[in-house]
Design a binder for this molecule. Sequence first.
Ligand code: ATR
Length: 290
Amino acid sequence: NIYNFRLIGPDTKVYGVIGKPVGHSKAPFLFNELFKSVGFNGVYVHLLVDDVAKFLQAYSSTDFIGFSCTIPHKDAALKCCDEVDPVAKSIGAVNCIVRKQTDGKLCGFNTDYFGAISAIEDGLRGTSNTSSTAGSPLAGKLFVVIGAGGAGKALAYGAKEKGARVVIANRTYDRARELADTIGADALSLSDLDNFHPEDGMILGNTTSVGMQPKIGETPISKHVLKYYSLVFDAVYTPQITRLLREAGEAGAITVSGLEMFIGQAYEQYERFTGLPAPKEKFWKIMSKY
Ligand code: ATR
């Protein structure tokens, strides 16, 4: 019973993930199991939401404590917050909203940034030691980010911060151009990506929903160009091994699953939501069941 029904009462703290679609999100399983395992009186639910602004306005006077934001609401969510963390402001997207208990103000954060970049750095270092203080293995690499939505912005911003040369490839070219101009990167139309291979050893990160359940046969890039990439990351984690990751592995690249980003971004959300330190060893244990 992941929803801790017997515990729900007036003191129960309520959280949810806002998205459309949202049924694929494993956040409710993770957070409810975590709450149960540490004896925290909280419940976390899926929230299928069309209009994030209307939703947050309607729920601002309820006792929801926090929301995670997923596709396609990360950009719009930022505009609905009363206060935005400087990193989230620079990225231009929010994936975690916490309501301050003192004055009810909505505070927005971006935890995708840490989740995605630390997973990719670990993949390049061949370790899961995120505390390494050596320079980033991303420095100087050519990093292609597919997608220019909230997750794409976080990944592109993070790659740039780590000293990579960044190229944004997006289905809608103008959106890629706009993001590229904001962070100092190059832009491509997604349809040109199969002919883009200026050098070997590039890094690829997919932040679109292409390949996500139920469309598991889809991939954003042709298999024949994957040999130019040394590491391929996919933010999709349902399924855990997407067609993109399978083909990248066959082409000899290091592959990093979206599950690593999902867990990395969830550590910070858990701490912001509960005010408690994240029991990190429990995250992987729980996710291995789902
Ligand atoms: P999120 O905030 O989670 O990143 P988003 O803002 O809706 O979600 O962004 C989704 C990204 O996936 C966008 O880059 C979108 O491309 P467009 O800007 O052209 O809309 C991309 N995307 C979604 N579905 C896609 C598809 N079927 N093929 C290619 N790109 C797709």
